[in-house]
Design a protein around this ligand. Structure first.
Ligand code: AMP
Ligand code: MG
Length: 337
């Protein structure tokens, strides 16, 4: 039985005890909800993979309550890594570092590196601190589905598969952390996320963006960079390029008689689409709001039983890059205009 608990001090203590005894707790972070277990306990970590249906070759991020504890999970920490921790922790930046031997191989999918971060969310920090352990936590969704940004999303995906869901309301950022490999010069973004490329470059200078689809990390297929990931049930079509907005509208008008069509739209595009009869989920205005609502929008449109979801690209500056990355993975098809 999964217990859905409000975020009280008492419930944090109960959840921490559950983690300590090998159980699974979903909790909010500033990015999305995580599914946590004791990162030092192989059996507990194995339960994460089972609950999510996640393949063992997709490694987990280890969450700490303080940067000072990083040596519990990682070793040989470079100056660049220290600079980044200082600048962005707590926050949505995951660093790939050489792993400590005590971290089970299951956490890192057998890699000699470990992904680590300190989340910027009071409830996550309170839980990690009360458990007194590093917590391994991927996003709290069934594998391949969109990441959860509310406790209800977690309930929908994982009810009866995990012990506790701590409900701390909607998560503020809404897309996952930036994953940065600092073992190379220059460092490489493996997954764009909450800390933008511009923010990183302002601190450490030029960085590389891993080209997706097929590029490998240290000889292994880059984990978590599966082409289809973060996907809704309905077919999603992404419109890229200069004419994305008008191409989307045109596509909608030709498809609307044959299929039930939903649109993920920024406020500026929403009204015209609504007037022409589309089922519109409004993402709000600006990249911060779009990132915060993009996954909730995909889930909501699935609930409206649409056959098709249309969305346009929002550029590549700031959070736009992370939003584009998730939309590309969610999309069955990308139309370039
Ligand atoms: P999730 O926790 O579901 O947001 O996914 C975590 C992602 O972090 C994985 O899918 C990988 O892309 C990435 N990751 C975790 N550990 C490593 C590692 N040791 N090397 C490279 N990428 C990693
Ligand atoms: Mg995930």
């Amino acid at each position: 039985m999964t217990r859905l608990l409000p975020a009280t001090l008492e419930n944090v203590a109960i959840a921490a005890q559950t983690i300590r005894s090998g159980g699974l707790v979903a909790f909010p972070t500033e990015t999305v909800y995580g599914l946590g277990a004791n990162a030092l306990d192989t059996n507990a970590v194995a339960r994460i993979f089972a609950a999510k249906g996640r393949p063992a070759e997709d490694p987990l991020i280890v969450h700490l309550d303080k940067a000072e504890r990083v040596s519990l999970v990682a070793c040989s920490i470079s100056d660049v890594a220290h600079t980044l921790m200082h600048a962005f922790w707590p926050g949505p930046l995951t660093l790939i570092l050489p792993k400590q031997p005590q971290i089970p191989d299951l956490v890192t999918s057998g890699l000699d590196t470990v992904a680590v971060r300190v989340p910027d969310h009071p409830l996550a920090l309170a839980l990690i601190q009360a458990a007194g352990l590093p917590i391994a936590a991927p996003s709290a969704n069934r594998f391949g589905h969109t990441s959860p940004t509310t406790a209800q999303h977690v309930w929908h995906d994982l009810q009866s598969r995990i012990d506790i869901i701590l409900d701390g309301g909607p998560t503020p950022i809404g897309v996952e952390s930036t994953v940065l490999d600092v073992s190379t010069h220059p460092p490489r973004i493996l997954r764009p996320g909450g800390v933008t490329r511009e923010m990183l470059e302002a601190v450490i200078g030029p960085i590389k963006l891993l080209k997706q689809r097929g590029e490998t990390v240290k000889g292994l297929p880059s984990p978590g960079l599966l082409e289809k990931h973060y996907a809704p049930r309905a077919e999603l079509i992404l419109f890229l390029g200069e004419g994305a907005g008008s191409a989307l509208t045109k596509y909608f008008l030709t498809e609307k008689h044959a299929r039930r069509v939903g649109v993920l739209a920024a406020d500026e595009d929403a009204e015209a689409l609504e007037k022409s009869g589309a089922i519109v989920y409004r993402l709000g205005a600006g990249l911060t709001s779009i990132a915060r609502h993009i996954y909730a929008g995909m889930r909501w449109l699935d609930e409206q039983d649409v056959d098709l979801i249309l969305c346009r690209d929002f550029g590549e500056s700031g959070l736009g890059l992370a939003i584009r990355d998730r939309l590309k993975r969610a999309a069955a098809r990308t139309i370039h205009t």
